[in-house]
Design a binder for this molecule. Structure first.
Ligand code: AP5
Length: 214
């Protein structure tokens, strides 16, 4: 099963993608997490990506596409994968389709987690992320057991640099200009499914399982 998670920054793509990966036994591939891991390791890719991420801009397609194509060609992706944060532009979507077509495959579902902009800013200011293991929390809806400490790995959880309100506004603008057109792109391919992302997380996941099958 090959799945794309679509949705605005903070819509809950990562939260749902992790659960999909667990339930269906497929890898969760988040381009944001890959860039943050590179940044933590001090790689050239991480340093370049940070310049764009901190401004709320997209990392250029040429830095993004190859790393995803390389990741999905790995052995653990042979039964499928869930992409979180990729594709984010029409050229990225086309590159993905072309790479899959070469091996006689195509994406099965593009799930749009629909949340209006008004809800996003609040969610992002309450999000806390572990930059070590990628776990995410929310100070109200999913607090850590010990304040400021990741339940999973014990490292600090922080407000991401790009979750500052001004940067979130920019990310939303970029989302509407560059990523939202993918909704029509996948509608035309007849694989678009929309779920109401304003519901509680468990209800959003139930709606996704209804689409994918139990
Ligand atoms: P990335 O890390 O992908 O960020 P994003 O898409 O902006 O998405 P987020 O991780 O911010 O949010 P999410 O939708 O996963 O929400 P979450 O589940 O955490 O990318 C970061 C940057 O990297 C980009 O800005 C760009 O610069 C670069 N980048 C990445 N991919 C790229 C690409 N393909 N091309 C170019 N550049 C790229 O949930 C958010 C919060 O809400 C959490 O606190 C959560 O607990 C809470 N929450 C979730 N669901 C619910 C719910 N139903 N009700 C209440 N609260 C909820």
């Amino acid at each position: 099963m090959k799945i794309i998670m679509l949705g605005a920054p903070g819509a809950g793509k990562g939260t749902q993608a992790k659960q999909i990966a667990d339930k269906y036994g497929i890898p969760h591939i988040s381009t944001g997490d890959i860039f943050r891991a590179n940044l933590k390791q001090g790689t050239e890719l991480g340093k370049k990506a940070k310049e764009y991420m901190d401004q709320g801009l997209l990392v250029p397609d040429e830095l993004t596409c190859d790393l995803v194509m390389d990741r999905i060609s790995q052995e653990d992706c042979k039964n499928g994968f869930v992409l979180d944060g990729f594709p984010r532009t029409i050229p990225q979507a086309e590159a993905l389709d072309t790479a899959l077509a070469k091996i006689g495959q195509k994406m099965d579902y593009a799930i749009d987690v629909d949340v209006p902009d008004e809800n996003i800013i609040n969610r992002m200011s309450g999000r806390r992320a572990c930059l070590n293991c990628g776990a995410t929390y929310h100070i109200v809806s999913i607090p850590t057991k010990v304040e400021g400490v990741c339940d999973r790995c014990g490292n600090a959880v922080v407000l991401r640099d790009d979750d500052q309100p001004e940067t979130v506004k920019k990310r939303l603008e970029v989302y509407h200009a560059q990523t939202q057109p993918l909704i029509d792109y996948y509608k035309k391919q007849d694989i678009l499914k929309t779920v109401d992302g304003t519901q509680p997380m468990e209800k959003v996941f139930d709606a996704i399982v209804e689409i994918l099958g139990a």
